[in-house]
Design a protein around this ligand. Structure first.
Ligand code: ADP
Ligand code: MG
Length: 578
């Protein structure tokens, strides 16, 4: 046979054999596993991948910065119990996404960061490839697991491993490294199809031991001043009915951590949210459900926990969480749904919670709520936090299915206490790190994943970290209403530069900024609100219309305190020069 004839035969062969490639296999693998949304930023080497994924029916949301796409993916994971997918370009894009991946891991949210990367051969010899970086090595310490796929035939297994690592046990962030060359690798379509894996039972139930359940119930029954603390692990678990039944059957006061608010309504008779200091100090037995004794709970010891001896019961999927800060006398290891159901069936005829304790907690709570009430009704101009939040509190009460996104310092601390939440997973915020910058990413993912209206309550400083994504919100026409509590700066806008130079102090911004004009640039609705009444009208209009809206709520620049409620964590010099 002539050389030409051999070539023609080979071409005919290839035409007969159907082929697939890395691009298509990744898309097919995602879809096979129900991962139908990608949050990311396009660029080399994943631009065409994004286009093809969109054409194949995956919803591809393009952001302006990878960190925001990553935060979106992380909260999508929290809201859906499926890993949120974030897609980035190599080195700088990857690094931008990494903050969010670490955040997902810290907060126990399932997420997969997929990054394109440069060629192994060149990277490993450090020959200076385009965007050269050993991404896998860098990601490893910041996530639960990290994988790299080099061969198209391994894409199915690679994604399966990533999904399992993200959602099983304690959820977290997973990194999946896809070198540029992988995308174009061609293989036989039939073999490719066979190589894909549909993950079965990705997060298997973890049943607690009967002994641990009995031990926990015995300790709880012995309590004179019991307390239940619900954390965001309990919200994540989506065991809402079982948790509510358990809390109600026990009759025990409960304290929701901020993202667990709404598992039972904040207005529930047993809610001790407004009596937080009292219940932490005076309780004798504390049952933690999906909450860690980290800094947010003062590590379970010290002044805020009082002097009385305390016994802790802890329900968590992660065995190593037990005794992390103080002794846990009754560890219950398993998934929250299984654990709480086991507790419920073991309760039998449960005695009423001690009436004097329940009464004392309720009295304290009612007292605090009553004290706060008049401040929330003030109509001051310029607005203070309480006047503005009083309005938003009523709006959320009237629209309990809206999702509240909240970040800032004072804006966060005060909104957390003031705005009651009525349904599970309706309040999402700065999480374990107290991170600033989650705002727009969270808002976008909430709207996309749930289809519900979103109300974003943002400090002016916090908003700045993700503000450019208002363009993204407008582009996808999402029902997001952003309220910026504008007090001209970080903590407040009244700081002065003591050096005598003309620079502003490090914590102040341009006075009288009009953030509302930012969204107008992209076709959204901008409103400048100077009084609680104006604020109320603007938010209601936004929530009714579903149009992307940004409200600049003008606050008194003197409103707000340094570092909000965590000023104790911010070292202050005693030797400051005047
Ligand atoms: P919070 O900040 O609200 O107190 P944390 O993030 O500190 O909540 O704690 C959440 C805890 O919930 C983590 O220790 C995590 O292991 C646990 N968790 C997450 N999901 C589940 C689940 N499905 N079942 C049991 N525990 C879970
Ligand atoms: Mg501010």
């Amino acid at each position: 046979m002539s050389e030409a004839a051999v070539k023609t035969n080979a071409a005919a062969d290839a035409e007969e054999r159907e082929l697939t490639d890395g691009f298509n296999l990744i898309i097919d693998a995602l879809k096979l596993n129900g991962l139908n949304t990608i949050y990311g930023v396009p660029g080399i080497p994943i631009t065409d991948f994004g286009r093809m994924a969109q054409a194949a029916g995956i919803r591809v949301l393009s952001f302006r910065h990878e960190q925001n796409a990553g935060y979106a993916a992380s909260i999508a994971g929290f809201l859906t119990k499926k890993p949120g997918v974030c897609l980035t370009v190599s080195a700088p894009g990857f690094l931008n996404g990494l903050t969010a991946l670490a955040h997902a891991t810290t907060n126990c949210f399932p997420m997969i960061l997929i990054s394109g990367s440069s060629e192994r051969e060149i990277v490993d010899l450090q020959q200076g490839d385009y965007e050269e970086m050993d991404q896998l090595a860098i990601a490893k310490p910041l996530c639960k697991a990290a994988f790299r796929v080099l061969h198209a035939a391994d894409i199915g297994i690679g994604l399966a491993r990533a999904i399992r690592a993200a959602v099983s046990g304690r959820p977290g962030g997973v990194y999946l490294d896809l070198p540029a060359k992988l995308f174009g690798q061609v293989m036989d379509a039939e073999a490719g199809k066979k190589s894909l894996v549909k993950v079965i039972d990705a997060a298997p139930a973890q049943i607690p031991s009967p002994e641990s359940i009995k031990r926990a119930l015995d300790v709880l029954k012995s309590a004179k001043k019991p307390l239940i603390i619900l954390g965001k692990g309990a919200a994540y678990a989506q065991a809402d009915d079982a948790i509510r039944q358990f809390v109600e059957k026990s009759g025990i006061p409960f304290l929701p951590m901020s993202m667990a608010k709404g598992l039972l309504p904040d207005t529930h008779a047993q809610c001790a949210g407004a009596a937080r200091s009292t219940v932490l100090k005076d309780s004798d037995v504390v049952m933690l459900i999906g909450a860690r004794l980290n800094w947010l709970l003062s590590h379970g010891k010290g002044k805020s926990w009082g002097d009385a001896p305390k016994k802790f019961i802890q329900i968590d999927i992660e065995p190593k969480e037990m005794d992390s800060n103080v002794e846990i006398v009754a560890p219950v290891v398993g998934d929250i749904g299984s654990c709480v159901n086991a507790l419920l069936s073991g309760m039998g005829n449960w005695p009423a919670a001690p009436a004097d304790w329940v009464g004392a907690v309720k009295a304290k709570r009612d007292d605090n709520v009553a004290k706060m009430a008049p401040r929330l009704m003030n109509n001051n101009v310029p607005m203070d936090y309480h006047g503005a939040l009083g309005v938003l509190r009523t709006i959320v009460k009237e629209r309990p299915d809206a999702i509240l996104v909240n970040e800032g310092a004072n804006t966060l601390d005060l909104a957390r206490g003031i705005i009651d939440i009525y349904q599970p997973r309706k309040r999402i915020d700065v999480g374990t790190w107290g991170i600033m910058g989650i705002g727009m990413g969270y808002a976008i993912a909430s709207a996309v994943e749930t289809g519900k209206p979103v109300l974003c309550v943002e400090g002016d400083s916090a908003f700045g970290f993700s503000g450019m994504e208002v363009e993204t919100i407008c582009r996808y026409n999402l029902p997001v209403c952003i309220v910026i509590f504008n007090n001209d700066g970080i903590y407040r806008g009244t700081d002065v530069n003591s050096s005598g130079s003309s620079d502003p102090a490090p914590t102040v911004f341009v006075k009288g900024s009009r953030y509302d004009k930012m969204i107008e640039a992209f076709g959204g609705v901008g409103v400048n609100a100077t009084s609680p009444d104006e604020l109320k009208r603007a938010v209601n209009a936004a929530m009714d219309s579903g149009k992307p809206t940004l409200i600049n709520a003008v606050l008194d620049p003197a409103a707000g305190s340094e570092s909000g409620r965590i000023g104790n964590l911010n070292p202050q010099s005693k030797l400051k020069k005047k």
